[in-house]
Design a protein around this ligand. Structure first.
Ligand SMILES: O=P(O)(O)O[C@H]1O[C@H](CO)[C@@H](O)[C@H]1O
Ligand SMILES: Nc1nc2[nH]cnc2c(=O)[nH]1
Length: 296
């Protein structure tokens, strides 16, 4: 399938991580990936240091609107974090090993946690624009058809040949997520659910949306799961959320169809609750090391 050649070696990934360590002088505990239009999460960081992807040797480039293309190091609730403003997607033409390389970089930087977010369409008709779905599980249609990011020789420095995926989304973090949402007064918009990733860039058809509903899917998008698989493989503890930015079309007689500008606008409208939620979640993930901003 031509998707394995040219993969990063362990040495190349180590060189990228060493460059970032040297530049940031930080050891982040949590790696955060921002979904489409969700880069404002990084604005909550104390004492941020922005490194554009173009400054990082051998790093891919963002090509999608709403993914600005920088890593931001800083502190959230006194916990050192690194935020990826601009993820890579399979539909951009990147092979899966490139889409997912940031998770191995997070690991090499010293992260213990991956906090991953996406803008998604709702499939379960209960969920409306502005709702947040804490990921309980996923269906990886792209992987079921062969494009698993772990395809190819196993990288033993990162993890095993056959990683289990029964518990990708840490149960304690999921419980904490629901509790924190309630404490913040957002219990009426937070749910737990199942995310499905399609390859994109076309949005799902009505027949596909109906199939997804029958399969137990709550939200759908074109990302996240490849990153989660690579994160789980290398031992990161994962927490994930979908922000519902479109309501899926389950009927053929529709006049309203998804569009990326609407996705971005809906994601940006979630700035305040998201910032509050991410800050509280990262606090929960905790950190015992001294932070760089000197606030603790
Ligand atoms: O998953 P993220 O990156 O949030 O983006 C979602 O929004 C875009 C489509 O509007 C697709 O890239 C889809 O995956
Ligand atoms: N319907 C739909 N809405 C989205 N919003 C962001 N991504 C998606 C998607 O893949 N499908």
């Amino acid at each position: 399938m031509g998707d394995v050649e040219g993969r990063y070696t362990y040495k190349q990934l180590k060189e990228i991580a060493d460059f970032l360590k040297e530049t940031s002088k930080m050891e982040p505990k949590v790696g955060i990936i921002c979904g489409s239009g969700l880069g404002t999460i990084a604005d909550a960081l104390v004492d941020p240091l922005v490194i554009n992807y173009s400054q990082i040797p051998n790093f891919p480039r963002s090509t999608v609107k709403g993914h600005s293309g920088s890593l931001v190091f800083g502190c959230l609730s006194c916990v050192p974090v690194v935020v990826m403003k601009g993820r890579f997607h399979f539909y951009e033409g990147y092979p899966m090993w490139k889409v997912t390389m940031p998770c191995r970089i997070f690991k090499l930087l010293g992260c213990s946690y991956l906090f991953v977010s996406n803008a998604a369409g709702s499939i379960n008709p209960k969920y409306k624009v502005g709702d947040i779905i804490v990921l309980r599980d996923h269906i990886y249609y792209v992987g079921l058809s062969g494009y698993n990011p772990l395809r190819g020789p196993n990288e033993w420095e990162f993890g095993p040949r056959f990683p289990p995926t029964s518990n990708c989304y840490d149960v304690d973090l999921r419980k904490a997520g629901m509790r924190i949402a309630k404490e913040l007064g957002y219990e009426d918009r937070f749910y737990e659910g199942v995310y499905a990733a399609l390859a994109g860039p076309s949005y799902e058809s009505v027949a596909e949306a109906r199939m997804l509903l029958k399969c137990g899917v709550d939200s759908v998008g074109m990302s996240t799961i490849p990153e989660v698989l690579v994160a789980v493989h290398c031992g990161l503890t994962v927490f994930g959320i979908s922000i519902v930015t479109e309501e899926g079309n389950l009927e053929w007689a529709v006049t309203k169809v998804p569009n990326h500008l609407e996705v971005l606008a809906a994601a940006q409208a979630m700035e305040k609750p998201l910032r509050e939620f991410v800050t509280a979640m990262v606090k929960f993930m905790g950190n015992k090391k001294p932070c760089r901003c000197g606030c603790c």
